[in-house]
Design a binder for this molecule. Structure first.
Ligand SMILES: [Zn+2]
Length: 546
């Protein structure tokens, strides 16, 4: 076999191969076979050799043997009298970068694995392949990955994402037509966005949330572009306005909550086990002993030392006549959190129309505070069970979950009022109707909010101005505030109704950022995160060789 076959194409040849079976090392002696070399400084060719020296390089392992390349490199004279460089070393870019100790294909492999799985995991993956390398080396080389030049999009989506939730936020820029992230910015300031836009002229449409900074940045950086307020954020703000309004009528909501509903099953009162538990018995023995010792004339300090109790506990025992059963610390379990939403999930989760994530979002809008995994586990359990068990009335998966009524919080009431008719069960529909009968303000607020949601959904731009005028003059303060906010952002909101663009896609990328960040154990430095999000896969090693 010609050993030349083992190396990438380039003007060099393999002089000799040696195998050291004791140490499991294959050694290739390689030399350049070109007769001339180009000065890296002045780019003039030279044939006058000054000297030779050897470089030892680590290459990819071969059949579980480490491969070492001993490269015979030449130094040339630069004969260009105008050049500062007198002597230079020949370059073999296909094989190795200047000063590197590993061949270029090892570096490329390292970079690609680093990009795929992050610094720490790549150390393990590479070690498994026989390449020992530190995390810092991987990260250093990943930082050198050349990013593709980001083309200027016609339609740009702008949104923020948390680098550290509540502390630091970045901005993600998405080409909404190509469906591709084009850049990440390290903050969410107007200046940063404006600067980026100035270096990418020609953007026609910018879809952004309703934060003032992005509107301001877009205006300064790309004044010619049409700004579109994001529909999701508009609906979110609308919901918040309605929630505030409903929050002022909590008492009425409670009344509605207390009314008996025919479908509401009784909630079992758990019996309190703590008054008869062994733990309680032990406490009771201690309690009586403390009081006995006190009667014997011992001080609190003495009692505490004798039976190894905290002095505060001793004092507490002496100050009460009877020992109260300890209230168990009750944390709502994940299953309990999900219980009120069980019927909803059974009704909507089994037709295969929605993903688990969509269902989870719908529940969250209704006030569910549990995680996505709980919802997924529940649905998986239901789907695994027999087909007849998926009828809402028959199934009791994930433990015997009683389905107490969901408490009617302002947030849940908002959801009931803004949901589409086909999202509601007949009971919920009835509840929504009764909500609007509680107070004229709620009736009016709900009607206007529903009208706005419909307007956005159906994109009936001709109804917008009339809606805005009516809402700006409304007697309900929350609605008025919301409408005036819209008036300040009039053009962008109108564009949101008339144009098809929205930031829905951007949210998917924000989730991808979260995933990559979590993979990096939340310690992701911004520059690494950006490289991992923006880099494209390099050609495979096979392609490099041929
Ligand atoms: Zn030169």
């Amino acid at each position: 076999m010609n050993p030349r076959f083992l190396l990438p194409t380039g003007s060099y040849e393999v002089e000799a191969t040696q195998i050291d079976p004791d140490h499991g090392v294959v050694c290739l002696r390689v030399k350049s076979c070109s007769t001339q070399s180009q000065c890296p400084c002045c780019e003039q060719l030279s044939q006058r050799i000054h000297s030779h020296y050897q470089r030892k390089l680590k290459d990819l392992p071969c059949s579980s043997h480490a491969v070492q390349i001993v490269l015979n490199v030449r130094r040339f004279f630069c004969d260009n009298s105008a050049c500062e460089q007198r002597i230079f070393t020949e370059r073999l870019p296909e094989l190795v970068a200047p000063h590197a100790r590993r061949t270029q294909r090892v570096v490329t492999l390292m970079q690609q694995i680093g990009l795929l799985v992050g610094g720490s995991a790549s150390v393990d993956v590479l070690a498994y392949m026989g390449i020992t390398i530190s995390r810092w080396t991987v990260l250093r080389d990943v930082r050198k990955v050349a990013l593709p030049a980001s083309p200027t999009p016609r339609v740009l989506g702008v949104d923020d994402w948390a680098l550290r939730r509540g502390h630091r936020y970045g901005t993600v820029l998405v080409d909404l037509e190509a469906g591709q992230v084009i850049d990440l910015l390290p903050d969410r300031e107007a200046d940063t966005l404006a600067q980026w836009l100035q270096t990418h002229p020609g953007i026609e449409i910018i879809s952004r949330d309703r934060a003032g900074a992005y509107a301001d940045g877009a205006k300064r950086g790309a004044s010619q572009a049409i700004q579109v307020a994001d529909r999701w954020h508009l609906l979110k703000n609308l919901g918040e306005a309605l929630t505030t309004l409903l929050g002022q009528h909590r008492r009425l909501l409670k009344q509605l909550d207390a009314e008996p509903v025919k479908t509401m099953p009784s909630v079992q009162q758990p019996t309190n086990p703590s008054s008869t538990s062994p733990a309680f018995e032990r406490r009771l023995v201690r309690f009586e002993r403390v009081r006995q010792l006190r009667d014997d004339g011992l001080t609190i300090n003495a009692i505490a030392a004798l039976i190894q109790l905290d002095r505060k506990t001793v004092r507490k025992y002496l100050n009460t006549e009877t020992l109260a059963p300890q209230r168990p610390v009750r944390r709502q379990s994940q299953t309990t959190k999900l219980a009120p939403y069980r019927d909803y999930l059974l009704e909507r989760g089994l037709d295969g129309q929605r993903t688990v994530r969509q269902l989870w979002r719908e529940l969250r809008d209704q006030g569910y505070t549990g995680g996505l995994t709980t919802v997924a586990t529940f649905l998986a359990a239901v789907r695994r069970s027999a087909p007849e068990a998926t009828q809402p009335s028959k199934v009791e998966p994930a433990g015997q979950m009683a389905a107490p009524m969901v408490k009617l919080t302002p947030r849940r009431a908002t959801w009931l009022l803004l949901a589409r008719a086909d999202q509601l069960t007949p009971d919920q529909h009835q509840q929504a109707q009764r909500l609007t009968q509680l107070h004229p303000d709620i009736a009016h607020g709900a009607m206007q909010a529903q009208a706005f949601a419909r307007l956005l959904r159906e994109r009936t731009v001709e109804a917008f101005d009339a809606w805005l005028e009516r809402s700006c003059q409304s007697s309900v303060r929350e609605l008025r505030t919301f409408a005036r906010g819209i008036q300040r952002d009039y053009a962008a909101v109108k564009a949101a109704i008339s144009l098809p663009w929205s930031n829905g896609m951007v949210e998917g990328f924000v989730n991808r950022i979260k995933f990559v960040k979590r993979q990096m154990f939340g310690r992701a430095r911004f520059d690494l995160l950006r490289i991992r999000l923006l880099s494209r896969p390099a050609p495979s090693l096979h392609q490099i060789r041929t």
